[in-house]
Ligand binder design. Sequence first.
Ligand SMILES: Cc1ncc(COP(=O)(O)O)c(C=O)c1O
Length: 496
Amino acid sequence: MALPSQGKDKDTLLAELQTYKGRDVNWQEGRTFAYVYDPGAEAMAVGKAAFSSFLTENALDPTVYPSLMRLENEIVGFCASHLNLPDDGVGTFTSGGTESILLAVKSARDFARQTRPEVTRPNMVLPVTAHAAFHKASSYFDVELVLVEVDPVSFAVTPEAMAAAIDEQTVLVVASSPGYAHGVMDPIAAIGAICETRSLPFHVDACVGGWMLPFWRRLQLADGMTDVIDAFDFEVKGVTSLSVDLHKYGFCPKGASVVLFRNKTLRNAAGFACSDWAGYTVVNPSVQSSKSGGPLAGAWSVMRFLGDEGYMAITDRLRQATLALLEGISAIDGLEIMGQPAMCMFAFTSTEFDVFHVADEMSARGWYVQPQLGHTGPTGQRYAGNVHLSLNSWGTLDRVTPFLADLQDAVQAARTLPDVRPNAEMGQMLQAMAGQTLSGDELMGMLGLMGVGAGEQGAELPERMAPINRILDAMPAKMNEAVLSGFMGELYAPAR
Ligand SMILES: Cc1ncc(COP(=O)(O)O)c(C=O)c1O
């Protein structure tokens, strides 16, 4: 596709851009339970205006743009005070949860390189529910994964299982508060105590919970509850780093997360510097080098626009919506909430009908809920496929009643729909293919059989995803990764 020979005017382009959004999931109506966090129109507008006012400035060099350094120090300051970071603790603003996690893992690996020469094959110990970003960090930084099964009923890892998995090559221990999949907290204080005794770095992935949980706990206390959210931040002595995403439950524009470190030594180990080339000296505390000021200004403004009061108000609305939804969903025959969710995100499943049919039926009724495939853990423990909901919008509270009515109908419809699980023969065939490498054509052939293709405007997916989700669910994880990566590879092709 060649660049147009003549430029076009701004209004035409902006109008054209809007038409590109035509097939996107519509989050504006509060019917999308993933991906977008909407604090209401006013706060959103503040974030957008602030973001564009700093879009051009570059945080690459704080001596050239001291405004960006100031914004970063103040944002990290808000997080430090919110999450009990000790006085000599520090932090870095990053583009998102994944980047924060990459830095925490690099910090642990490089800290071990500096202090423990006996470590030759570094590993990190983490529950199977820890976010895939740790798997990415493992592959980027060559830190082996030691995956620990979680309790099959609570979906939280046990401190005993974590302790048993640690060995002399362990450089990092990880737990979540909460994990994304089921919204369940790991026992942070108990794992922290183990790490403190063994002098091991301990990262708490509070990407989703870090900003909201302290507000949630205050609301629980105000309700007179005694069984409130446990300590999960630097209050726990063993915690050495923590990631908190501001572009999730901080409701800031995307590209905003913070990773906090208990001390400068650990943060230094996450950073990178190079003057051994012919150009300017690079000193990067984060993965990015050139870095737009937009996300910094957007986050700073939304946080200050909302303030403590604003966050308490949003958390209150989302908590009310969550409690009503949990009660409503539990009352629907055949649906089960998985574990005890800590905040406004959770998953449900069923042993009586296919929850992937329920997800399709909800889509047909104009809701987006997120199907999550089943998973087999390292010892063969099976985690059931489910449907995930993240409550994420100021408007969600007003949608609880219609959502529950549609869910009830969707369940009734799912009960009448056929079983789309692969039969035993096909299941065996899929398992037998584990470890085989498929060519691009074979992958596309397989996707084509499943009704999936790459169209001119992106993914061409069939209306009903349950049959595909069931095949993916039955595949070994590695094959699933290969098939979906192949699919993504077809989607991203230069426009001709
Ligand atoms: C618990 C947790 N950690 C890490 C991440 C990765 O964050 P991001 O998508 O911002 O890179 C997510 C994303 O949902 C998450 O839920």
